[in-house]
Design a protein around this ligand. Structure first.
Ligand code: PMP
Ligand code: GLU
Length: 397
């Protein structure tokens, strides 16, 4: 009899990954499922990045790498931070990893002691809470509703801070809401945080390039909090490199060193070929992403128009990322064919069964009224999915 650890038993399976697994299984059974569950660009990695990978292999970059990543990679990331974000991170403040997910885990494991409180604004990305729980930290969730475009205020943040608060984790642009913090909104948070220099902030900016409102703003730009902020980023989203596995941080040197120590025991440096390919991405002008961002924007409008035509659905207008997070609570308590939809979990199951569309419940992101739609899919797929969802919702009464 195998007894799994308490730590493991307390951990939830990633809802995004669970839903995409489920839709894959149903597809394999021959069901015509449309999956809008996983946050993954449907574009292929640009050719110049693949070419750099082939060149790396041909040049035998196939061995263990330094834990924090090759020097030339970290230099290229340092330049990228300066060019795109106006941030000064020397290469010894940069640690690359096997994905932003691992970068976040490294930082949390480096900072959090059992019982430390970690403030997580909801809606949050699924993995934040679980990573904090593994480190035996206590997540303190503060809510920002659809009426505030799902963004917290400085006042709210300050009210949640206690002597035990050790960390804040948030994303901008946000997964799952697509909300983007403006410079003024970040400054409001910085003004609070600077009073509590013991609080480390993980600013997850992995969707920085997928921004429809203009310039991405980084929290670390404010000198008064620069020494508290870890800027997390990666190549999965903007560069359509989800399978390559590369994330990175820019951080105060002590935190960067700590992350290197953690990673040195868990995984070592990430894939040598991926690292060399990432240099090509970091050195490229982000203007090459324009076509992809334009396509995402068109899809965003398509999905929003469709949602606005569905009675009872209240959709936010996301300014970034590739998700919409509509409120579907007006349907709670309604039934069709013997099935009653009580909450967002039920709604996702109902839409999976009745519309054959896979989405993710808002519950996994800390909001029981909403469901997440990833619109990283072709226009035709989205049109069909929206049609199916509308028909299924109209059946509920
Ligand atoms: N942060 C957010 C907000 C995400 O949506 C994702 C998506 N996977 C990650 C981090 C992790 O990205 P990666 O593929 O680099 O691990
Ligand atoms: N981050 C993506 C999502 O939210 C990919 C899945 C995951 O890493 O959890 O769907």
């Amino acid at each position: 009899m195998i007894h799994l650890s308490d730590r493991l038993m307390a951990m939830e399976e990633s809802a995004t990954i669970a839903m995409s697994r489920k839709s894959r299984e149903l597809k394999a059974e021959g069901k015509d499922i449309i999956s809008l569950s996983l946050g993954e660009p449907d574009f292929f990695t640009p050719q110049f990045i693949k070419d750099a990978a082939v060149e790396a292999m041909d040049n035998n970059f196939t061995m263990y790498t330094p834990v924090q990543g090759y020097d030339d990679l970290r230099e290229s990331i340092s330049k990228k931070f300066k060019r795109d974000n106006g941030l000064d991170y020397t290469k010894d403040q940069i640690v690359t990893s096997t994905g932003a997910k691992q970068s976040i885990a490294n930082v949390v494991l480096s900072i959090i002691n059992p019982g430390d409180e970690v403030i997580v604004p909801a809606p949050y990305w699924v993995s934040y809470l679980e990573i904090v729980k593994v480190a035996e930290g206590i997540p303190v969730v503060i809510k920002a509703g659809i009426d505030r475009d799902f963004k917290i205020s400085g006042k709210q943040l300050e009210a949640a801070i206690t002597p035990k608060t050790k960390m804040l984790i948030f994303s901008t642009p946000c997964n799952p809401t697509g909300s983007v913090y403006t410079k003024e909104e970040l400054k409001e948070l910085a003004d609070v945080l600077k009073k509590y220099p013991q609080i480390v902030v993980i600013s997850d900016e992995i969707y920085e390039h997928i921004n429809f409102m203009g310039k991405h703003e980084s929290l670390a730009q404010f000198p008064e909090v620069y020494n508290q902020v870890v800027t997390v980023n990666g190549v999965s989203k903007a560069w359509a490199m989800t399978g390559w596995r590369l994330g990175y941080i820019g951080a105060p040197k002590a935190i960067a060193d700590a992350c290197t120590k953690v990673q040195g025991q868990f995984t070592s440096g990430t894939c040598s070929i991926t690292q060399k390919a990432t240099i090509a991405a970091m050195e490229a002008d982000p203007i090459v992403l324009k076509e992809m961002i334009t396509a995402f924007n068109k899809r965003r409008v398509l999905v929003l128009n469709a949602l606005n035509n569905m009675k009872g659905v209240k959709a936010n207008v996301p300014a970034g990322a590739f998700y919409v997070f509509p409120d579907v609570s007006s349907f709670f308590g309604k039934s069709y064919n013997g099935t009653t939809v009580h909450n967002a979990d039920d709604m996702c199951l109902y839409l999976l069964d009745e519309a054959l569309v896979a989405l993710v419940t808002g519950d996994a992101f800390g909001d029981q009224n909403c469901i997440r739609i990833s619109y990283a899919a072709s226009d035709e797929t989205l049109i069909e999915a929206m049609k199916r969802i509308k028909t299924a919702l109209e059946k509920l009464n």
